[in-house]
Write a protein that binds this ligand. Structure first.
Ligand code: GTP
Ligand code: MG
Length: 489
């Protein structure tokens, strides 16, 4: 070996040691993007990363607007066992012809974006440029439904789940399973066949409950809706079965068998999910698709409200529980965002925020993120529509214009996914609580408002001159500023 080889090797070692040291010294912000299925997590993360990496129209993201973000780039994700967020694939789908939304997330995945920036103060600038790692996890929203199970016993969960299945808007989907339950005795001897049949009927009920509209809040457990790599696993062979009398299940009974499986599901599925991805967040954005719930009527909105309340309660558990033992109480900023605000004219955004506040207030009262700064806003991570006014007689109606997804309906019209349409989505009520007060009989589709789903906007990811054009959004820059701005000073 020649001396020059040796010095080369030493230089290499030093360089990589330097890189590791720099990496260790770089602060990390763990950003939780929390939301039920179809709430907009994957689109939000894609748009967030794109905004950081390519810049763009972000006047309220101060570090970017001041030109202090030198560059941002994706790095290998910190956990080797978890696949990386498919950023490039999601972007490619958006840029395809016709443009497509990313697919619903099937597995957990993760990304790390590193931001290099210039400090504001001359003193800190003298030390060198600033660096921040932002770590984000994306997962199927269905799995969020599992978090409330953590602090529930099998008996309590069973009673709740059965009451839920008896709600008028679930009755049709739940009938076969409830019929089976009505002839079952929790005190009968343990029977594997009964467990299998019951779990099968229960799974079919859960899937049927959300078939009419996958954007609505479904009852859980989450892996029954989206098993990931647990498909067919014995961990999923249970279902709710309230105790015959009292609140306990005798040994050797069917009830005891199901209770044991429920506990295994919590221990092997839910606890690791919470511990690895939620317990140590620094900041959190909670995405809520309030419009889909409004669209579907009072039952859907109160389902959403109850579910968010139960999910967020996990972040402020009672004393001396498993959750309180592992939760690092350090979330210092929390944002509630109503997603897909581009389904409405901007004149209705205040009312959308009021509805979100109604949902968030209840969740906050229970969760009380002590000391955290909280913000509520309506946003569209990727704006699919533009605004216009239409005349109806002497009235001027604030409309939105976009390409409705194929199969979307408005009255007798069915859209083909190609033609643009101007639609007046209706007026959100002035008093958001009125949406919850509608009698249960009114559950079903709302009369006053109707939202269509649109194709994503046509975007090009690179101009011939090599520029990366900005993606259209509504208030995404304000959200980024709230979530990251103070860490880039
Ligand atoms: N118009 C509009 N639609 C949006 C926006 N964000 C999300 N959507 C719609 O909502 C759907 C769901 O968005 P996703 O980002 O996939 O939702 P998710 O929370 O990742 O859903 P899961 O992966 O199923 O948990 C998309 O396919 C779009 O139809 C937005 O900013 N504007
Ligand atoms: Mg997703």
């Amino acid at each position: 070996m020649r001396l020059s080889d040796l010095t080369e090797a030493t230089a290499d070692t030093l360089r990589s040691a330097g890189a590791i040291l720099l990496d260790l010294m770089t602060p990390t912000l763990r950003l939780g993007v929390t939301g039920l299925a179809r709430s907009g997590k994957t689109v939000f993360i894609t748009a967030l990363v794109r905004s950081l990496v390519a810049g763009g129209r972000l006047p309220f993201f101060v570090a970017m607007a001041e030109g202090r973000v030198a560059r941002a780039y994706l790095e290998p994700q910190p956990d080797d066992a978890i696949p990386r967020f498919a950023y490039e694939e999601h972007l490619a789908l958006l840029a395809s012809d016709p443009p497509q939304w990313p697919e619903s997330t099937k597995r957990i995945n993760q990304l790390r974006v590193t931001i290099e920036y210039t400090h504001i103060s001359a003193l800190r600038r003298a030390v060198g440029p600033g660096r921040l790692h932002v770590d984000i996890v994306d997962y199927p929203g269905e799995w969020l439904l599992d978090l409330p199970l953590l602090e529930m016993s099998f008996a309590d969960w069973s009673s709740l789940a059965v009451a839920d299945a008896r709600a008028p808007h679930r009755a049709g989907a739940a009938k076969a399973w409830l019929d089976y339950l009505s002839v079952l005795d929790a005190g009968a001897p343990a029977d594997e066949q009964a467990a299998l049949t019951g779990a099968g009927l229960f799974t079919r009920y859960l899937q049927a409950a959300r078939t009419p509209d996958p954007e609505l809040t479904a009852p859980g457990p989450g892996r029954f809706l989206l098993p990931g790599d647990l498909a067919g696993s014995p961990l999923l062979t249970f279902f709710p079965l309230p105790p015959a009398g009292g609140s306990t299940y005798r040994r050797g009974t069917l009830g005891a068998l199901l209770a044991r499986r429920f506990d295994s599901y919590k221990a092997h599925v839910v606890k690791p999910f919470f511990r690895d991805h939620f317990a140590r967040l620094d900041r959190q954005i909670v995405l809520v698709d309030a419009l889909s719930a409004v669209n579907a009527g009072a039952g859907a909105l109160s389902d959403l409200q109850r579910t968010m309340e139960a999910v967020l309660k996990c972040f402020r558990p009672g004393a001396n529980t498993w959750l309180s033992g592992i939760l690092a109480p350090r979330i210092d900023r929390l944002m509630f965002a109503a997603t897909k605000a581009d389904h409405l004219h901007h004149t209705s955004h205040d009312r959308l925020e009021a509805i979100l506040r109604l949902i968030a207030d209840k969740a906050m009262a229970r969760a009380a993120f002590a000391g955290a700064e909280v913000k509520v806003m309506a946003l569209a991570a990727l704006r699919a529509t533009r605004e216009a006014e239409a005349k109806s007689g002497r009235q001027r109606l604030p409309c939105i214009v976009g390409v409705p997804l194929p199969g979307e309906r408005l009255g007798a019209k069915v859209f083909d996914g190609k033609a643009e349409a101007a639609v007046f989505p209706g007026d959100l009520p002035e008093d958001p609580a009125s949406l919850l007060l509608a009698p249960p009989a009114a559950a079903g589709h709302s009369e006053d408002v109707h939202f269509l789903r649109f194709r994503p906007p046509r975007v090009s990811l690179e101009t011939p001159s090599g520029e990366e054009p900005a993606l259209p959004h509504i208030r995404l820059d304000r959200a980024i500023e709230f979530l990251l701005g103070d860490r880039l000073v």
